[in-house]
Design a protein around this ligand. Structure first.
Ligand code: PNS
Length: 158
């Protein structure tokens, strides 16, 4: 059986925590498709750049691809022939948010399975929101985002 999982998110931008999650998911599944949401919270980067930066971060990682998506997540799962969704949980607040999203998604499509990986402790503080804040103020990004992403975003702060 080919185990194909989707990893959805805004990834604005992709962080070291997201990258760690993809690496761990790729050891559990045959194929991991990162699906970058077109809509969502008002952020910083456009869809194309969020996809490009994630692709740069996972270059050479076998069984991992990165694609944009719009519409309902459960429909994207079906469209891509996947059977599961993986998400990371960094904080208790994340858990509450995931709990409600999974509840609604289960009412929309009962056959999709959800897998949650706890963020590794040394990465659990890193959120895209805080990365954007550090970036806006010209702070160093090297310990927060993958190396090609830090390079691409350097000097983009206020
Ligand atoms: O990184 P984020 O912003 O927490 O990701 C949230 C995301 C994109 C996974 C979520 O908003 C989503 O699944 N959006 C697609 C629309 C959808 O299916 N909504 C109904 C279920 S909550």
């Amino acid at each position: 059986m080919h185990r194909h999982v989707l990893y959805p998110g805004s990834f604005d931008p992709v962080t070291l925590g997201h990258l760690d999650l993809v690496e761990r998911a790729s050891r559990l599944f045959d194929q991991v498709t990162v699906v970058v949401a077109a809509s969502g919270k008002a952020g910083l980067l456009g869809l194309e750049e969020r996809v490009d930066l994630f692709r740069a971060a996972v270059t050479g990682l076998p069984g991992v691809d990165v694609e944009p998506f719009s519409g309902l997540l459960v429909e994207e799962v079906r469209r891509r022939g996947a059977t599961a969704v993986v998400r990371g949980i960094r904080t208790p607040g994340d858990y509450e948010h995931e709990w409600t999203m999974a509840g609604v998604n289960a009412l929309l499509a009962a056959d999709v399975e959800y897998v949650y990986l706890l963020a590794r402790p040394h990465l659990a503080a890193i959120s895209s929101t805080l990365v954007r804040d550090v970036m806006r103020h010209g702070g160093a990004l090297e310990r927060l985002v993958p190396e090609p992403v830090a390079r691409a975003l350097a000097g983009r702060g206020a």
